[in-house]
Design a protein around this ligand. Structure first.
Ligand SMILES: Cc1ncc(COP(=O)(O)O)c(C=O)c1O
Length: 277
């Protein structure tokens, strides 16, 4: 598991919870695992799969997924499993072109539909590998999912109300120019954030340039400015921002600019934040 924060570690624990032996390739919060670090790990014991969080929501770091995937394909037959919970809908994720084997997301993040549905897509390689696994369970047996998807006969009672909500939201996205237009919108929102940070001494984005998610930003504040107090003051002004997770709890303010956030709201929020920091 390539991990640079809370959700990377969560991925590792999920795999351990499923009885898998896990090797962690860890970088400090804010960084994403880079190619040299992946190469070093691939030189170690052989692995069945590499798991990575594309957009690490706890730090705002974005992994260079296409490059990681290319290296894994070139050097091993390990599958690549991708947590794209805060990247699908906010920035490019090319499941087939990049050769990703399993990619999953939730409807409640960048797609801005109600919570409750998880979406996933599996490669043929992944299904072939699954077919060789003796104990796949029942509820998450992807071979069964594949079969029922082909016959449109669900395995369990589907959460129809949530599916209608998702259909409605996907139609809205389509009418607004499709997923590419949504990516461009989030690039623009993130540009507003980047320019604001550049003009504000003492405020920094935790993730380095070139590795920043368009969906979420983690900001460090000037010395002497308290994160909990800033969050409280922002809440009084009507903005719900959040702090860091675990070791970053008192250290960063996180701003979600995924979903249906508009540029005007982003600018107003930053104006209010600017008055505090
Ligand atoms: C990157 C990432 N992975 C996983 C999750 C967990 O999603 P859920 O709460 O739907 O299980 C989150 C939620 O914030 C996330 O941001």
């Amino acid at each position: 598991v390539l991990s640079g924060g809370f959700f990377g570690e969560r991925f590792a624990r999920i795999a351990e919870g499923c009885g898998r032996e896990v090797i962690r390739v860890e970088v400090p919060p804010g960084r994403a695992v880079e190619l040299d670090e992946l190469a070093h790990a691939l030189d170690g014991p052989p692995v069945d799969a590499v798991a990575v969080v594309h957009s690490e929501t706890s730090t705002g770091a974005l992994a260079d997924l296409a490059a990681l995937a290319r290296m894994i394909r070139a050097r091993s037959d390990a599958l690549l499993l991708v947590d794209a919970v805060t990247s699908i809908g906010a920035l490019p994720v090319e499941t087939d072109a990049w050769g990703l084997d399993f990619v999953f997301t939730g409807t409640q993040k960048a797609l801005a539909a109600p919570p409750g549905l998880a979406l996933g897509v599996a490669s043929d390689r992944f299904l072939e590998r699954a077919a060789r696994m003796p104990a796949r369970g029942w509820y998450f047996d992807l071979l069964k999912y594949d079969q029922v998807a082909r016959t449109a006969s669900p395995m369990q009672t589907p959460a129809l109300s949530l599916m209608y909500a998702l259909e409605c939201q996907l139609s809205r996205i389509e009418r607004a120019g499709g997923v590419e237009a949504r990516w461009a919108h989030h690039r623009e929102l993130f540009g507003i954030m980047e320019r604001w940070v550049a003009g504000r001494p003492g405020v920094e984005l935790l993730a380095p340039e070139g590795r920043r998610s368009w969906a979420v930003s983690a900001l460090t504040l000037p010395v002497g400015v308290s994160v909990p107090q800033t969050l409280r003051q922002m809440r009084e002004r009507g903005w719900l921002l959040t702090g860091g997770l675990d070791e970053l709890a008192q250290k960063v303010v996180r701003v979600g600019h995924m979903g249906d956030v508009e540029a005007g709201a982003m600018s107003s929020m930053l104006e209010d934040l600017g008055a505090l920091v």
